[in-house]
Write a protein that binds this ligand. Structure first.
Ligand SMILES: [Zn+2]
Ligand SMILES: [Zn+2]
Length: 531
């Protein structure tokens, strides 16, 4: 829903033409472009209807709007007053609408950080009060020139120069998390902000947050075809100067009125800043570009933990949208129920949850079973994940690790460990050192059969990690007197390091030597067995 394109008109009245020519001379606004909405997203919105949380008096009788801004992008009071008036006019919130200025993010802190990462770091949620929990709307005012500094190394000089000229359009995002990202650089002070175009832009995005425009036949691209309407794809300077595009047209207002005939969402609500969608047997928690699927019992405390976990992320890492899965211990005790939930995950309306869901969830279950010491169940989960997707390298790797290093001797299976680890390496074309690390551990397993604990063994196999981890590993190895293991791992893993950092023939040779070491480790295992 990247939207809003202030544009120039070809047919300006002469009095304005002179002004506009002067204006356009210093303007770098990109050409208007209608946004296209993914049909999959449109379908989810139809089922999900998050905008009803803002419009209807239930389940939230009040609305709390948090406004964060990067230093230098702070909106003026008039803009926020316009937003309040707009929301008050169209949202039925009997207990009121509160717009609160929150963080002013220092420029140096924001430099190189994407707007989504800033949102994840700075979204605070509504202030704690004794009243009913409110619906929550997040608005971030930022400057994309600061954000783009982070990607300068990834762009060619030409594209970097191009991106520095073009400002990103403000946009409202509804999925996976409703928020307005308002790039103030798109509205330089003169002429756009001077003419109040930025305020119209903010209201336009707020209109999207309220669900506009969904009239499928007459409103393509979620925008209103009426050029005098605030929800038209283009906001024209001429029309704004003529007093148009200040309001919603009659059809858009009627569309909002139509929303009030719909029932309140029964499975959707805000818990603090987190959107929670409850499905049978599981809940989907959302924050900007982060989803967490919690299977089994759910408590509001889970939202606070999820929020704290996301805020603790390093802001400039993990830019991609991510879905995490957590398995509640209670549901793990009921295999039949667990299977039903996995089947339901396959039909979730949101394709991000649906696509990787069951497979990733099975891995999460395996993790949890492992932590509980139920290794047989963990192995069973991983077998099921591999059955679902035979190209799932992570499941092969996880299976290999358990089979190679499990503290329960009845679960260890050297043959399967090596086979699964090899498969993981093949699926990733021997490019993932962690998987090669697992293979090394699988091959070296007999050498550590007398080692005291599973966790210590893990340190040995993770010896590839430089500096601190390596020193820790060496120390552990000395204390466990398993130098032979460390020697095997170090040699094979250093081969992996060399392969990772090299190209062409050197890379091939490095990988070959890694495989030879793994093979020698296998021989070592055999000799140990013969002895
Ligand atoms: Zn729009
Ligand atoms: Zn309209």
């Amino acid at each position: 829903m990247r939207v809003l394109a202030p544009s120039r008109s070809r047919f300006l009245p002469s009095a304005i033409l002179i002004v506009s020519c002067l204006i356009l001379a210093g303007c770098s606004t990109p050409n208007p472009r209608l946004s296209q909405v993914d049909p999959g997203i449109a379908q989810v919105l139809e089922l999900w209807k998050p905008h009803l949380l803002y419009l209807l008096p239930s389940p939230h009788s009040r609305l709390y709007v948090e406004v964060d801004a990067v230093e230098g992008c702070v909106p003026n009071q008039a803009a926020l007053q316009k937003l309040r008036d707009f929301l008050s006019k169209y949202c039925n919130k009997p207990d009121g609408i509160e717009i609160v200025r929150s963080d002013v993010i220092p420029i140096e802190t924001a430099r190189g950080i994407s707007e989504k990462a800033l949102a994840r770091k700075y979204v605070n949620g509504p202030a704690k009060t004794t009243g009913s929990p409110p619906a929550f709307m997040y608005v971030l005012f930022y400057n994309d020139a600061l954000c783009k500094a982070s990607v300068k190394a990834e762009h060619s000089r030409a594209s970097a120069a191009q991106s520095s000229r073009r400002a990103a359009k403000p946009y409202a995002e509804v999925l996976p998390y409703p928020a307005i990202y308002f790039n103030t650089r798109y509205f330089p002070w003169f002429p756009w902000r001077f003419c109040g175009m930025d305020k119209k832009g903010l209201l336009h995005e707020a209109g999207h947050m309220l669900g506009l425009v969904t009239r499928s036949t007459s409103a393509p691209g979620r925008h209103c075809p009426d050029r005098a309407c605030l929800m038209n794809a283009d906001i024209h300077l001429r029309r704004v100067l003529l007093g148009q595009q200040k309001e919603l047209c009659l059809q858009c207002a009627a569309e909002l009125a139509q929303s009030f005939t719909q029932p309140s969402p029964s499975n959707l609500r805000f818990v603090d800043s987190v959107v929670v969608r409850s499905e049978a047997g599981y809940n989907v928690l959302s924050l900007p570009d982060r989803l967490c699927v919690i299977v089994g019992d759910f408590a509001e405390r889970d939202c606070q933990d999820f929020g704290a976990h996301i805020r603790a992320e390093t802001p400039d890492a993990n830019q991609r949208l991510r879905v995490d899965y957590l398995a509640n211990d209670e549901v793990l005790k009921e295999p039949v129920k667990l299977s039903e939930i996995i089947n339901r995950l396959k039909d979730d309306p949101f394709d991000l949850v649906r696509r990787g869901g069951p497979r990733v969830f099975l891995r999460a279950c395996a993790d949890r079973y492992g932590a509980l010491g139920q290794y047989t169940n963990a192995v069973d989960m991983l077998h099921r994940a591999i059955l679902l997707d035979s190209s799932d390298d992570s499941s092969y790797n996880q299976l290999a690790w358990i089979r190679a290093t499990c503290s329960d001797a009845s679960v260890r299976n050297g043959k399967e460990a090596v086979a699964a680890a090899s498969k993981a390496c093949e699926l990733t074309e021997w490019k993932d050192w962690e998987f090669i690390d697992t293979l090394a551990a699988a091959c070296a397993k007999p050498a550590i059969s007398n080692a005291p604990s599973n966790s210590k063994n893990k340190h040995c196999a993770r010896a590839i990690q430089p500096s601190q981890n390596r020193r820790r590993c060496e120390s552990d190895c000395r204390s466990m007197k398993c130098r032979s293991l460390f020697a095997i791992n170090r040699t094979s893993l250093e081969g992996a390091i060399a392969a990772r950092g090299s190209t062409g023939k050197a890379r091939t040779e490095a990988f070959a030597s890694t495989r030879v070491v793994c093979f020698l480790a296998s021989l070592n295992r055999l000799l140990v067995a013969v002895r």
